[in-house]
Unconditional design. Structure first.
Length: 117
């Protein structure tokens, strides 16, 4: 079974970011690699999940002393496939989740799709 794979990096803006890759992915994984808050969010999304959702992990000890959870399913401001338009090709959108997409922080991403079967 063939698959397509792309990777890259974008700078966080705090607002939704469209990432054009030439196809709509079945799987996306994003990492905030220079998080000023030292949480270093990791987000994963598959086509089995709702648009704008993601499974998010944070680098914390989940000991009940913070409002953050080390792992959680997020139902908004996550990752959504992007159909593209005349200017941008198909891809995905990184939502405005404050842990993952903070202004000026680098988000590294991996996107894949099943290209046949």
């Amino acid at each position: 079974m063939a698959a397509e794979f792309k990777r890259g990096a974008v700078e966080g803006t705090g607002s939704a970011i469209n990432v054009s890759i030439g196809f709509q992915p079945d799987y996306v994984k994003c990492f905030n690699i220079d998080d000023a808050g030292d949480l270093h969010a990791v987000a994963e999304w598959t086509t089995d999940m709702a648009d704008a959702s993601m499974f998010k992990g944070l680098k914390i000890a989940d000991d009940g002393t913070t409002s953050n959870l080390s792992n959680t399913y997020v139902a908004s401001d996550g990752i959504t496939p992007y159909a593209g338009d005349d200017t941008n090709g198909e891809g995905f959108t990184i939502g405005a989740d404050g842990d993952l997409n903070a202004s000026g922080e680098t988000i590294v991403w991996i996107a894949m799709r099943d290209a046949g079967g």
